[in-house]
Design a binder for this molecule. Structure first.
Ligand SMILES: O=C(CO)[C@H](O)[C@H](O)COP(=O)(O)O
Length: 145
């Protein structure tokens, strides 16, 4: 299955973003890069809001966000009720975020995971299906506040 992937973050995630874009293209996905375009210091919300809006409008199937800790990008993306952004630091967590939480955005803490694990997380995130069942009603309740 090939997807349209929106990717973005901040200066701390720039190097990983470049590597992940190459991986995604090699895997046959389409990629929309929401920046930044260099390692110059930026404010992550400036890149996350446009990406989140693209996912909400279904202009992208999934999002991948990378900053230093992963927290800032996750907090920003999760402001949107239709976004379920998962902060993951192990491939198993990325898998569970799809199986149990139907995550549509993967958030990666570049300063705390290896590039290899970041790549593994992206691969498993995009090849794992939501299980539905008992998890569906819980996911429905996330935005019910
Ligand atoms: O992780 C982050 C947000 O959650 C940022 O990448 C981090 O805060 C950037 O820090 P600095 O400006 O010191 O490079």
């Amino acid at each position: 299955m090939s997807y349209n992937i929106a990717i973005g973050g901040d200066h701390a995630g720039y190097t990983y973003k470049k590597a992940l874009i190459k991986l995604l293209i090699d895997l046959g996905h389409e990629v929309q890069d929401f920046g930044p375009g260099s390692e110059e210091s930026v404010d992550y919300p400036d890149h996350v809001h446009p990406l989140a809006k693209a996912v909400v409008k279904k202009e992208a199937d999934f999002g991948v966000l990378i900053c230093g800790s992963g927290n800032g990008v996750a907090m920003t993306a999760n402001k949107y009720p239709q976004i379920r952004a998962a902060l993951c630091w192990l491939p198993e967590l990325a898998k569970l975020s799809r199986e149990h939480n139907d995550a549509n955005v993967l958030c990666i803490p570049a300063r705390f995971v290896s590039e290899k694990d970041a790549e593994e997380m992206v691969k498993v995130f995009l090849t794992t299906e939501f299980e539905g069942g008992r998890h569906q009603k819980r996911v429905n309740k996330i935005a019910d506040c």
